[in-house]
Structures are given as structure tokens and as C-alpha cells.
Design a protein around this ligand. Structure first.
Ligand SMILES: [Zn+2]
Ligand SMILES: [Zn+2]
Length: 573
């Protein structure tokens, strides 16, 4: 069987995991991880790229890794990999994907308690076998329980930020292989609604040749396993363990089907009840009268119009009042990605970013932006190579110079200043007042109780120079829950002080989330949608923030960085 780049990346990651359990040299481990990263970001067929010599010089794929890819391409496996697999039980590596469980712990658990899989670990935890191990205790055991919970959640859901590009690639490859058999094609389900995490993925398609299309689908390079293959529906499993279903529907039912499969369930239940009240029947094939006459189905809009509703954008279909609003023609005019004119939260090589200020400007201009703010970390955040007060002031000087050479574009100097455990900020007011944009954020000490955390953040917002509160709850989906914080109180202070609240677009953050973003809008607190980009490609993550804001019913007027530069400058004065 031909080996895909995703499969090779998966093997490299597994090798890295084995080596880390063995306690091998971190540089060697990192080399495998880097190569896996590089492979996942390549576009094109691996074998072809290899044959044409295009893998040489790809950052992250050195000579050694290239040789290993060569062996994998010609034999389908790697001796070093097989050896490692023979050395450990098959379920061991999986334990590493549990938050709070590192390689040393895995090794310890395996050697001392015989834990060979996630299920073993679950049992060991339940019978409190871990707390008496060297270097462990009740607290560690408790953390592992929390980690297991997050792990179970993550197993069943993947991040929107992972699913969106993946589905894009699946559809692209399907189009390449079967373009003449594809008419309409669209993802449905929670992905189309833009939920922060996604279960299975549904793709709907109309086709002149369903059986050839199904052949093409089940032989895509993303296929790790074929779960089902039929005339009108097939299911595949990707190497990441994600299930993708492709359904062929009739052109005259496409609108009804995409409505039906987009959900949400409770939104659809409401629609169905509404249809019944009007003497109509609604299902995945269309809208029908009692006599069975079809009155809609080809276009999704018609389905809503038949029920005396204006068209409801997929992001709103959560049964949170959208049907009532559609009835009165009072749905929000949701903002779009094109409305975004700048980004206020950007890291560069100054701290832990990968690209320079100039690179970020260039990419931002390509996106049609009119401004960005450079907001590297402050000194106490050592892991992120935070800037000292002197560093940030000289960076601001440099930005002034850069600005003098730019037309129709503005770079704001700034910082993402750390909110210390006691609510004081990492930089003095003397420094902060010389910067254009001050973002305050919590990065450590997430385990404080609600009273402490709330007053800590409120104290920070009372600083006269703070303009933005970044990722207000600190959650990392599948890794860390939102910290205990009373956002209602925080919002009140933000409103009084004129602080903007961030919707952070990082796939694991999406923080504020949709519900809190809507609450901010209700309270008339301005929102900024930022990427928190650490490299120039990540500026494109803005779409995730925009989707989240749309789910929070936000309109252009609710979001500060939809303002054109001149209006923004007036506001900042
Ligand atoms: Zn941050
Ligand atoms: Zn940041």
C-alpha cells in the first residue's frame, strides 16, 4: 500500500513518543517531531515530492529524516520503528496524550504498576494505586483524574481549527480526483455551524456518478480505515482518528438535506414543530404539504422561507432565540472575515514568535489590513522569552521608524503584559504609558480560587494604560479548563474602564467563547478579535475568531478591529 505523508508523520510522532518514554536525547526526539510537523504542512503527494527531489532543504527534514522517509516509501515501514514497537506494549504511547501525564510518569507507571494502556491507568487511579509511588501523591493522582477526563473529551471531539483545514483538503483532493462527478459539495454538521470542537464530519454532495465518486472517496490519501462503503454513503477514518462521512443526495433535495444535516438537533426540532403547526412536514428530502406535495428542497433558503422565517446563518442554529428573531426579521447582520481591518495581538521574534515585525506587516498587508499591534510578552514570562522594560521601549522606537516608511498602514507598539499573581502588572506605568496598545493577560497561577482570580484581573484592568484583556478565561480546549473567574464582575469593570475584551482566535483558546461574546455585546462592551499569532501564517486563524464571534451574534459594529484606520485613530485619542 502506498504510504501517505500523514501516515509517515504519524510514525515519526510515535517514534518520538517511544524515545521520550525511554528518556532518550531530547534533540533526537525533537528531530522526529519537527519532521512530522514539516510533513503535515507540505502540500502535494509525498512520493512525487520525493521523486522530484522537493523534500531536500525543507526546513525540519534533515538528511537523516530524508533517509527514513525513503525507507518508508520503499518498504512501508522502518526497522527502528518496528524495534521500538516490539519493546513496549501497544497501548503505552497513547497514555502520553493524557494531559498531566509525561513520559517519566508513563515509564514509572508501566514498570511499577504494570499500566499498559489508558484503561489500565483508569483502573489504577480508581483503586488509588498511584499515590504511594515515589514522587507521586494524592495531588498528582487527582491531576491525572482531571487529565483523563479531558482526554476522554478530546478523543471524541476534535478542534474546529484542526477540522476546518482538514475538511478543506479532503474536498480539494476529492475534486482533483473526481471533479466531473461532483456538482454541489459542502460540509454540514457542527463544522458548518462553527462549533469549537467537532465530532464526526458530514460532507454532502450531489453527483452524476455516485459509485465512482465513492470509489474516489474511499481511496483518498486521508484514509486510514474504511468504516463503510455504499452507493450513497461511505465513511472513512483519518489517521487522526476522525470519522468523515460522505453522503450523496439528489439535487432537488440538496437544500433540505444540508439544512437537516447541519443541525443542531434542537434547532431542527423547533423547525419541525413549526412546520407541523403550519400543516407541513419537513425532513431531509424537503418540505411537504399534508397531501405530500413538495414545496421546497432544492435550496436551503426555501426551507426557512416556507416556514415564514428569514434565512438563519448556520452559526446561529443552536436554539438560542434565532428562530424567534428570524420570525420578526430581527436576525443580526453577522460580521464577516472581510470586515476585519487589523489585528491587535501579535508576537514576533522579539519574544517567542517565529517571524519579524516586517514579516508580520507584509502578511497583514497581503490580507488587506490597515494596522497591527506588536504585543510581545513581558519579562516575567520566561518560557516565552519575555521582553525587559528596556527591550520593549527600544522595540517601540524601532516601530516608530518603521511607521515613518509606511503608507496607509500603521504599526502600533505594544505589549502583552503579564498580570502577576497579586494583580500587579509586569511593567511599570512609566513604560506602559509610552506604548500604543497594552494588553493584559494571565499566563500563570491558574489554580487560584474564584475570589482571588477575579480581584486579580479586576486590579489589572484598573491600570489606566490597559486597553485589552486577552484570553479572559485562560482555557485550553482539551488541556486546561477555564480558570475560576467571575466574568460578570470583570465585564462590569471592563465597561466602566473602557477596556476591550478579546476573542482570541487560537484553535485551543477561542476565548471569550461564543456565549460570553454575546453577553459582552448585550452589555455593549467592545470586542476585539485577535489571532495571538506567533508566526505570519497564523494571522489566518482570524477566521476561527470570526466564526466564534458570529456564533455570539456579533455584528461589525460590535467589533473594534473592523474600524478603518482613521476611525480607529480618532477612537484611540
Ligand atoms: Zn497570552
Ligand atoms: Zn499572546
Amino acid at each position: 500500500m502506498k504510504i501517505s505523508k500523514n501516515k509517515v508523520a504519524q510514525i515519526f510522532r510515535e517514534i518520538a513518543d517511544f524515545l521520550s518514554i525511554k528518556g532518550e536525547n531530547p534533540f533526537r526526539i525533537r528531530a522526529y517531531e519537527k519532521a512530522a510537523d514539516a510533513l503535515e504542512h507540505l502540500s502535494g503527494d509525498l512520493e512525487e515530492l520525493y521523486r522530484r527531489g522537493k523534500l531536500k532543504g525543507v526546513p525540519g527534514i534533515g538528511k537523516g529524516m530524508l533517509e527514513k522517509i525513503e525507507v518508508l516509501l520503499s518498504t512501508g515501514t522502518l526497522p527502528a520503528y518496528e524495534q521500538l514497537r516490539a519493546e513496549f506494549p501497544p497501548g503505552l504511547v497513547e497514555i502520553l496524550s493524557i494531559p498531566e501525564v509525561g513520559p517519566k510518569t508513563v515509564k514509572l507507571l508501566y514498570e511499577k504498576v504494570g499500566v499498559k494502556s489508558v484503561d489500565d491507568l483508569e483502573m489504577a487511579v480508581q483503586s488509588h494505586k498511584l499515590r504511594n509511588l515515589p514522587g507521586m501523591g494524592a495531588k498528582t493522582e487527582e491531576n491525572i483524574v482531571k487529565g483523563l477526563k479531558l482526554y476522554r473529551m478530546r478523543r471524541s471531539r476534535i478542534l474546529l481549527g484542526t477540522a476546518l483545514p482538514l475538511v478543506g483538503e479532503v474536498i480539494l483532493e476529492l475534486r482533483e480526483r473526481a471533479s466531473s462527478w461532483i456538482e454541489k459539495i459542502s460540509p454540514a454538521g457542527s463544522l458548518r455551524r462553527g462549533k469549537e470542537t467537532i465530532g464526526d464530519i458530514d460532507i454532502l454532495v450531489t453527483s452524476s456518478n455516485p459509485s465512482s465518486l465513492m470509489d474516489a472517496f474511499t481511496s483518498l490519501s486521508f484514509v486510514n480505515d474504511i468504516l463503510a462503503k455504499g452507493e450513497t454513503k461511505s465513511s472513512i477514518l483519518t489517521p487522526q482518528g476522525l470519522q468523515i462521512d460522505l453522503r450523496v443526495v439528489a439535487p432537488e433535495s440538496f437544500g433540505a438535506a444540508i439544512q437537516y444535516f447541519t443541525g443542531s438537533k434542537s434547532h431542527n426540532i423547533n423547525l419541525r414543530e413549526r412546520a407541523i403547526k403550519r400543516g407541513l412536514k419537513i425532513n431531509e428530502y424537503g418540505v411537504f404539504t399534508q397531501e405530500g406535495k413538495k414545496i421546497a428542497g432544492e435550496r436551503e433558503e426555501e426551507v426557512y422561507h416556507c416556514l415564514d422565517l428569514s434565512f438563519i446563518p448556520p452559526e446561529l442554529r443552536e436554539d438560542r432565540g434565532e428562530i424567534e428573531a428570524a420570525e420578526e426579521d430581527k436576525l443580526p447582520h453577522l460580521l464577516t472575515e472581510e470586515d476585519i481591518k487589523g489585528d491587535f495581538h501579535i508576537h514576533t521574534t522579539g519574544s517567542d514568535g517565529r517571524d519579524s515585525i516586517e514579516d508580520m506587516i507584509q502578511r497583514a498587508r497581503e490580507k488587506g489590513y490597515q494596522y497591527i499591534a506588536i504585543t510581545d510578552h513581558s519579562s516575567s514570562l520566561k518560557v516565552a522569552r519575555g521582553l525587559s522594560e528596556q527591550d520593549v521601549l527600544s522595540q517601540a522606537e524601532r516601530i516608530k521608524k518603521i511607521n515613518s516608511s509606511l503608507n496607509n498602514f500603521r504599526v502600533f507598539s505594544g505589549t502583552e503584559v503579564d498580570i502577576r499573581a497579586d494583580g500587579t502588572l509586569d511593567f511599570s506605568d512609566e513604560v506602559l504609558k509610552k506604548l500604543d496598545i497594552v494588553i493584559a493577560a494571565v499566563h500563570t497561577g491558574f489554580k487560584q480560587d474564584e475570589r482571588k482570580m477575579t480581584s486579580r484581573v479586576i486590579k489589572a484592568l484598573q491600570n489606566p494604560y490597559v486597553k485589552i484583556l486577552a484570553h479572559p478565561t485562560g482555557r485550553l480546549l482539551g488541556e486546561r479548563e477555564a480558570c475560576a473567574i467571575d466574568l460578570n464582575k470583570v465585564m462590569q469593570v471592563a465597561k466602566d474602564r473602557g477596556v476591550w475584551l478579546e476573542v482570541n482566535s487560537q484553535p485551543q483558546r477561542l476565548d471569550l467563547n461564543d456565549v460570553w461574546a454575546r453577553e459582552a455585546k448585550r452589555r455593549k462592551i467592545p470586542i476585539v478579535i485577535n489571532t495571538d499569532a506567533h508566526n505570519k501564517q497564523s494571522l489566518d486563524l482570524i477566521k476561527l475568531g470570526v466564526v466564534t464571534a458570529r456564533r455570539g451574534w456579533l455584528e461589525k459594529e460590535d467589533v473594534i478591529n473592523t474600524l478603518p484606520l482613521d476611525k480607529l485613530l480618532t477612537l484611540l485619542k
